[in-house]
Design a protein around this ligand. Structure first.
Ligand SMILES: Nc1ncnc2c1ncn2[C@@H]1O[C@H](COP(=O)(O)OP(=O)(O)OP(=O)(O)O)[C@@H](O)[C@H]1O
Ligand SMILES: [Mg+2]
Length: 302
């Protein structure tokens, strides 16, 4: 029997039926899509490299799903495969309830597939013991859907949490690391450290969620809809932050996002999940060039 463990304090919520789907909004004409593409092409912040620098030519995937199938009361994923190499940002898109968060849970081994393999650095994590899985999980940073923070903890304790759980850093080292990460996400540590999550704006909460996700300097960053529920300007800020983190940490990132503008800024590869399968995997440019009706519909509807 598969171990469908979901024992994390901030395990992700399930399907939110109220969210708009790609198919219920209008399709943009080709001229508008071209205009958006050209705008996005010039959207790199000044002083930043046009492409993400790579430490080395990495051939080996850091993250891979191989022929993964998973059903709950109905099939969710069927024969899903994709790879992410070092410093790749793979963005998973798809309609609500298609299994995007489920893929992140598989990578964290909060879930195990019915069939197929989940590889982190060539190691199949589906067969690991709970303790071994915990070790692999420590190499990952997760920004949960809704930026789920621990409401009863201060900002400081939220960001310090993975350091206390997974490292033997002393208090001074923890404080220094928390300050560094809060500064990275453009929050003033002296102003926010003692605040409670309820006192923060939505955008600030997302920043704290990112600071917590990156506290451990992970090799792999997972983000579940980091910009959902934010206004366009704050969405922009968070997107830039993720790109900055990507440049500086050089991690392999897997991002679930509904926001197509952010997707096109961040992604080295886009994976489109539809009807239980990945029906497209390629660069944003390849995606916009696709003649596939569903893809065009999807791009136009977001
Ligand atoms: N632990 C579980 N037990 C039973 N069904 C589940 C469980 N977790 C998820 N599901 C179901 O699996 C499907 C995929 O869920 P998932 O949360 O991965 O979708 P999603 O693509 O992330 O959706 P959204 O865009 O709304 O966040 C949904 O129908 C959900 O209800
Ligand atoms: Mg989800």
């Amino acid at each position: 029997m598969a171990d469908r463990r979901q024992n994390e304090p901030d395990a992700l919520p399930g399907r939110r039926n109220a969210e708009p789907t790609a198919r219920n909004s209008g399709k943009r004409p080709a001229a508008v899509r071209r205009a958006i593409r050209s705008e996005l092409a010039t959207d790199t912040p000044p002083g930043s490299a046009p492409t993400i620098p790579r430490r080395r030519d990495s051939i080996e995937p850091i993250v891979a799903l191989e022929h993964v199938s998973l059903a709950f009361d109905r099939p969710i994923l069927e024969d899903v495969s994709f790879t992410a190499r070092e410093s790749d940002t793979v963005v998973i898109v798809g309609e609500s309830g298609t299994g995007k968060s489920t893929i992140l849970k598989l990578l964290l081994r909060l879930l195990v597939p019915d069939r197929g393999r989940v590889l982190i650095d060539n190691q199949d994590i589906t067969s690991l013991s709970f303790d071994e899985a915990l070790e692999v999980r420590q190499r990952m940073g997760m920004v949960f859907q809704g930026a789920a923070l621990f409401d009863s903890m201060t900002v400081f304790e939220n960001v310090a949490y993975p350091l206390r759980e997974h490292t033997d850093m002393n208090e001074d080292e923890i404080e220094q690391r928390v300050r560094e990460k809060l500064q990275f996400v453009d929050l003033d540590p002296d102003l926010v450290m003692e605040q409670m999550p309820a006192e923060l704006s939505g955008g600030m909460r997302k920043r704290v969620g990112i600071a917590r996700g990156m506290a451990n300097n992970p090799e792999i960053m997972l983000y579940d809809e980091p910009t959902s529920g934010l206004d366009p300007l704050t969405t922009n800020t968070i997107t830039r932050l993720i790109m900055k983190l990507q440049r500086e940490l050089n991690a392999t990132s897997i991002v679930v996002s509904h926001d197509i503008r952010s997707v096109f800024r961040m992604a080295t590869k886009v994976a489109l999940l539809n009807n239980h399968r990945i029906t497209f995997f390629g660069t944003p440019e390849e995606m916009t060039a696709s003649e596939d009706e569903y893809i065009q519909d999807f791009l136009g509807g977001l």
